[in-house]
Design a protein around this ligand. Structure first.
Ligand SMILES: NC(=O)c1ccc[n+]([C@@H]2O[C@H](COP(=O)([O-])OP(=O)(O)OC[C@H]3O[C@@H](n4cnc5c(N)ncnc54)[C@H](O)[C@@H]3O)[C@@H](O)[C@H]2O)c1
Length: 260
């Protein structure tokens, strides 16, 4: 409650939220933005996320991190158990970890089958594995908020990245298919679809050309580059009580490129 006695919007105090793949990029921005609204953040990533935890702590927020490979049921179970023990419970999950920037743009028939399987393993099986691991805790609380990070590339039909685009199409299906199974337990599940975003992955891997970035920008009603911070407000909304009557929905955040 504020001094006025009115609840502030998108208040995340008393929340414990896992953000996967938040050692860098969009996930790091999401973790920071949720912490700024009062949530305790638990980052699970293949890479150490000490810098993000330190940034949040220095700003007066609460965060921890641990090794988590979303493709491994054992690793996921260990991380989720450690998080619940350390922070008392888990109220929210943001499935952000993905195989994306490692996929080099290629004509679909030239992609090796192993790349389709790897993208499906991280993006789809990893997302479902995380949901499976947190569900008993959320069921026990009678409340939970899950946000899956999808991709506007599915709405757009982006070319040359078929293993990624089809895996993200499956990610979009997860919230639609699970909303009714999780609803009776008070668990909400929604999808946020960023447009082409200048994340660490995009900067470092160089799998998106400057030309593609400029071309994409021109398709937007708001014609500028998209930053990781642009994605955070929609995720905070879907983690907060303000969206408690929304589930199974897809919220597109791409500057009005796709008018979904
Ligand atoms: N950047 C974009 O243009 C864009 C556009 C639409 C959607 N997205 C989605 O947003 C999310 C973040 O993208 P980004 O560009 O910030 O990515 P990124 O490549 O910068 O970061 C991805 C993070 O996920 C982690 N990760 C990868 N595999 C993992 C695994 N098996 N277990 C745990 N962690 C793992 C990596 O270590 C890394 O920290 C992804 O879901 C991506 O598909 C990105």
């Amino acid at each position: 409650m504020t001094e006025t006695g009115l609840s502030p919007t998108m208040d995340l105090r008393e929340r414990v939220i896992i953000v996967t793949g938040a050692a860098q990029g969009i996930g790091a921005a999401i973790a920071t933005a949720l912490a700024a609204r009062g949530a305790t953040i638990a980052i699970g990533d293949l890479q150490p996320a000490d810098q993000i935890v330190e940034k949040i702590s220095t700003a007066g927020g609460r965060a921890s991190s641990g090794h988590c490979d979303v493709t491994s049921a054992e690793s996921v179970a260990q991380f989720v158990n450690d998080t619940a023990t350390r922070h008392g419970t888990i109220t929210g999950l943001v499935n952000n970890a993905a195989l994306f920037s490692a996929i080099k743009p290629t004509r679909f028939e030239d992609f090796d089958g192993s790349i389709y399987r790897a993208a499906y393993d991280v993006n789809v099986v990893g997302t479902i594995g995380m949901i499976t691991a947190v569900t008993p805790i959320m069921r026990n609380n009678g409340y939970g908020k899950i946000v899956n990070i999808g991709s506007s590339s599915v709405l757009k039909g982006s070319t040359m990245l078929l293993p990624y685009v089809v895996s993200k199409g499956a990610v979009h299906a997860i919230a639609r298919a699970l909303a009714r199974e999780l609803g009776p337990d008070g668990i909400r599940i929604n999808t946020v679809t960023p447009g082409l975003t200048l994340s660490d992955g995009v900067h470092n891997a160089g799998n998106v050309s400057a030309e593609r970035i400029t071309d994409d920008m021109r398709t937007r009603a708001l014609a500028r580059e998209q930053t990781p911070e642009d994605v955070t407000g929609a995720v905070a909304f879907l983690q907060s009580a303000d969206s408690d009557f929304m589930t199974g929905q897809l919220v597109n955040v791409d500057g009005g490129s796709q008018l979904h």
